[in-house]
Unconditional design. Structure first.
Length: 399
């Protein structure tokens, strides 16, 4: 296998592993846990405090937010690879990429407003337009943009915390959340679909309240993916391996400690109890904000080095899942709808957090098997093919 083909397969494999992490993240929302504080989980008797809190703590430290940021990195890298390919073919790469973003936005809005309010596709589409600007910049300038985005978001989040009145009813479940829980557990298909619009609005509001921290992570990782493409990182893994591993082994434990510190409230530990509440919240928020992209980058380094040298059948199966990542991402929504919503199997609110995570295994294994069988007969995924055809039609229409 050539370095180029191995590079593509490694990228697909990382995307396939990121899909696993995204499923672990999303499935707890379907099971209702993502809406609730540990005390509220206990109040609703959804799980036992002695088992729920430690598991949720580990989940927050190792998984929460990291794998969406890895996917953001791959989106930026994918933009660069697509642009280079189209330019080599003498095509209008900017026009093609814009058309793909508009179609992705349409797919994301349909997915988010009807099926899954946690959709990430419409956000990638909206913020993906920034890549057309960043692609013109030097690597040095791109690093400066990354630092500036992180700094701006951290300052904005801190200002918002100090200007927002403290929440005195943090243990009380809001009526809106109770409405969501009741609809997901007992509502009809139409009622659940109607709730998705509220969920999308809630996530955007929370994103603004958090000082655009999620958006900052997307943009920073978009840029980092673009830098990886410009520097041919995945072709230089053998040469960079030792240097990258040294950096990762130094940064990873520090980033984990920072993320663990930011997650101690899940265990009921208040290490900053003597400080005023705005200071507590801003320090914890900043620790989480910094830790997430650093952990994600360390994951990327470890996976890149390990997978580049892998020849196992599991590696190939995971690569297959990543190759049709868009199809598999949307498939996860369909499978979780069947498992958790009240109009189907109705597992929402009936499983502990551990039981919920156990369901990740059969879902992901099914996707590995499906992807491998599908790619024996087709070159690309169903949704990927639709995306490409609609984008091509849009380019032709506007030519």
């Amino acid at each position: 296998m050539t370095h180029t083909s191995q590079r593509i397969q490694v990228i697909d494999a990382i995307r396939g592993i990121a899909l696993f992490g995204i499923l672990v993240f999303n499935i707890q929302t379907y099971a209702l846990f993502a809406f609730l504080e540990p005390s509220q989980v206990d109040q609703l008797q959804l799980d036992q405090p002695q088992s729920y809190a430690p598991l949720q703590f580990v989940f927050h430290v190792l998984v929460n937010a990291q794998f969406y940021t890895i996917y953001s990195f791959l989106f930026g890298l994918g933009f660069y690879m697509l642009t280079q390919k189209n330019e080599q073919l003498g095509l209008n790469s900017t026009k093609i990429f814009k058309s793909r973003l508009w179609i992705l936005l349409l797919l994301g809005l349909i997915h988010g407003l009807i099926f899954w309010f946690g959709d990430i596709l419409h956000k990638y589409a909206l913020f993906g337009f920034t890549l057309l600007y960043f692609n013109k910049k030097s690597t040095k300038t791109l690093y400066q943009w990354m630092a500036g985005i992180m700094l701006f978001s951290a300052v904005l989040r801190t200002v918002i915390i100090f200007l927002t009145p403290p929440n005195t009813d943090s243990h009380e479940i809001s009526p809106v959340i109770m409405q969501v829980l009741n609809t997901w557990q007992h509502g009809s298909f139409a009622a659940v679909v109607g709730m998705q619009k509220l969920g999308v609005a809630m996530l955007w509001f929370m994103g603004l309240k958090n000082g655009l921290s999620g958006i900052a992570h997307y943009l920073v990782m978009f840029i980092l993916g673009l830098i990886a493409g410009k520097s041919n990182f995945f072709l230089r893994i053998p040469a960079l391996k030792q240097k990258m591993l040294k950096i990762a082994f130094f940064v990873f434990p520090l980033a984990l400690l920072l993320k663990a510190f930011a997650s101690l409230n899940i265990l009921g530990i208040q290490v900053l109890e003597g400080l005023p509440e705005p200071w507590q919240e801003s320090i914890i928020s900043l620790a989480n904000f910094i830790a997430v992209p650093f952990i994600a980058v360390c994951y990327l380094i470890f996976l890149s080095v390990f997978l580049f040298e892998s020849t196992s059948i599991i590696f190939k199966w995971i690569s297959n899942a990543g190759k049709i990542g868009l199809t598999n991402y949307l498939m996860q929504t369909v499978l979780c709808m069947i498992l958790f919503y009240g109009y189907a199997l109705g597992f929402s609110g009936k499983l502990t957090l551990l039981e919920t995570f156990i369901w990740v295994i059969p879902i992901y294994c099914f996707q590995l098997l499906f992807s491998t069988i599908w790619l024996r007969y087709y070159k690309t995924g169903l949704v990927e093919n639709l995306w490409r055809k609609l984008s091509s039609a849009l380019v032709s229409k506007t030519s």
